[in-house]
Design a protein around this ligand. Sequence first.
Ligand code: PSU
Ligand code: MN
Length: 300
Amino acid sequence: MIILTEELKSALAQNKPIVALESTIIAHGMPFPQNLEMAQEVEQIIRGNGAIPATIAVIDGELRAGLSTAELEHFAKTGISIIKVSTRDLPFVVARKITGATTVASTMRLAAMAGIHTFATGGIGGAHRGAEKNFDISADLIEFSQSNVAVVTAGAKAILDLALTLETLETFGVPVVGYGTDDFPAFYSRSSSHKVPMRCDTPNEIAAMMKAKWAMDLKGGIVVANPIPSEAEIPATEIAPRIEAAITEAKAQNIIGKNVTPFLLKRLAEITQGRSLAANIALVKNNAKLAAEIAVAYSQ
Ligand code: PSU
Ligand code: MN
């Protein structure tokens, strides 16, 4: 059902390490041209660390893994006018032969469909603040209970309610592993006031968990929480008031549903004069490197 490049087909057949990448982060997560540079650099980092990148998207209704430079450029330049496709949107864009950018949830689903079990992103979606009333809980969290994919993420953004996010993952039986840390990272900051339930310090330890989980037929993914590099970090005390400001604006402008995350990311980049964007790019690259190392360990 999913269409792979020749390179990915033969890599899968030979059990070579592959890292899946999402396309929403390109179209909705960052402005052009930084999004295109990020997408290309991330692919290079994955190759440099011994794995093959598989950027996932829906193109004219076709489920695709492995995009050409021209296709990456199309997503980067078209930006937010490309439909953001979460799991619930897959039947619609396929049936209507539409082009869509896949989120963490739908990328996990399509990666698993292709037989790819490692995925690098920036930050996963989660339970938004106020989720106990408005039920805004990202489909990313539910997907972690469905698709057998380890996702490397810089924790979850402090635009979310991290306590509710962690509780939801626990309810769904999803392991949340701190990579070299006991704290759950908060995207722009290396730590939050929340602890991770378990910790690993090497890619081999994570690959062993993936094998153990799926050997037991425990369905679903693993959250690999990888803190942003220290030199790119924005301290929590500094970013917190800016996040508050962006959330207040979103409420005032009645931004809801799938538009919330892209709106907050864009406003934060403006409010921090690009600093949040630089941090975002640094953490995605850091996650790509770790994901490649995990994919290499997993393939052995
Ligand atoms: N977090 C980021 N950058 C992103 C996203 C999240 O730092 O680009 C995107 C991812 O594609 C994620 C999606 O899967 O937002 C979650 O959106 P929602 O909260 O609407 O489920
Ligand atoms: Mn949502």
